[in-house]
Design a protein around this ligand. Structure first.
Ligand code: 6GU
Length: 279
């Protein structure tokens, strides 16, 4: 997979060369480049932003600079005219992603889909964001353009969000992880449940004991204990995820556990029986 990142702080991404991401680049599985948007400016001040049309605080990133940069990275001709229709399912069709706090949430489902892409270009906005015509223009050229937020809070720029998305996407590329089983087991893949707790030795530490069933050697009991713990933690911390489960996929023991936790499991999705308190 080729990843191009455009930012006014490309140094921010230097640490992508360490750890598992560094290894994946050495092995040729991944090729990541961080580019400085200012390299595509022509004026002496290398300016990338301007005041918002219609007024208001802050600055907006200029469309011309972004377009010169993105035309290069996407290898598109710099015409403002006729949209090029790119073949819909071309395997090397690039995905262009703009981090944006006012966009849909980036989820594990998006990460999984994007882990199959050949080429991703990330455009990191700063200030009040990028002129809205930039994503519109590339979408009209036939590019697969996405905008994602990583959560309901505001960051100073898209860099941290892009870093998070790159980690989530690349670890799902086949061959990236040493132990692919750890991907299958963890939260948000397979059943969208939070994970059970993990313990290592010693069995008692500072007076706190590991749950006894985990040391029993009975794998059936261990699996059931962990599954119940995942259901209980999800019910308590993220009931919205329980509501997405399909009752038909739950086994008898899952149903029993959910019923004990106050869920009704005889319709399509679980429903909580106790009315939630009004805000
Ligand atoms: Cl994608 N960008 C910024 N600036 N802030 C965010 C975000 C993105 N996602 C959550 N907060």
């Amino acid at each position: 997979m080729q990843i191009d990142i455009v930012s006014v702080f490309p140094e921010f991404f230097d640490s992508l060369n360490v750890s598992l991401l560094g290894k994946a680049q050495e092995s040729g599985l991944l090729d990541i480049h961080a580019h400085n948007l200012r390299d595509w400016t022509h004026d002496v001040h290398h300016s990338v932003d301007d005041t918002p049309v219609g007024g208001g605080a802050g600055m907006v990133m200029k469309p011309e600079v972004w377009a010169e940069c993105l035309d290069d990275l996407l290898q598109l001709p710099d015409t403002g005219a006729a949209p090029r229709s790119l073949p819909e399912s071309s395997p090397d069709k690039a995905v262009l992603i703009f981090p944006n706090p006012s966009a849909p949430l980036f989820t594990q489902t998006a990460a999984t889909e994007l882990s199959r892409a050949q080429h991703i270009v990330f455009g990191c906005g700063r200030y009040e964001g990028i002129d809205a015509r930039v994503p519109q223009y590339y979408a009209e050229q036939g590019v697969d353009v996405r905008e994602y937020s990583i959560g309901d809070y505001v960051l100073n720029g898209g860099e941290v969000a892009v870093y998070a998305m790159i980690e989530a996407i690349t670890r799902l590329i086949p061959g990236f992880m040493g132990n692919p089983e750890s991907i299958v087991e963890e939260s948000y893949t397979g059943d969208p449940l939070l994970e059970h707790r993990q313990f290592t030795k010693p069995a008692v530490w500072r007076g706190l004991a590991v749950p006894e069933v985990l040391t029993s050697g009975d794998h059936g009991k261990v699996d059931r204990f962990r599954r119940d713990e995942a259901l209980e933690r999800t019910s308590r911390l993220r009931p919205d995820l329980i509501e997405l489960l399909n009752c038909a996929d739950l086994d008898k023991a899952d149903r029993k556990t959910l019923i004990e936790l106050g869920w009704e499991v005889s319709s399509v999705h679980p429903r909580h029986l106790v009315q939630k308190k009004q805000a």
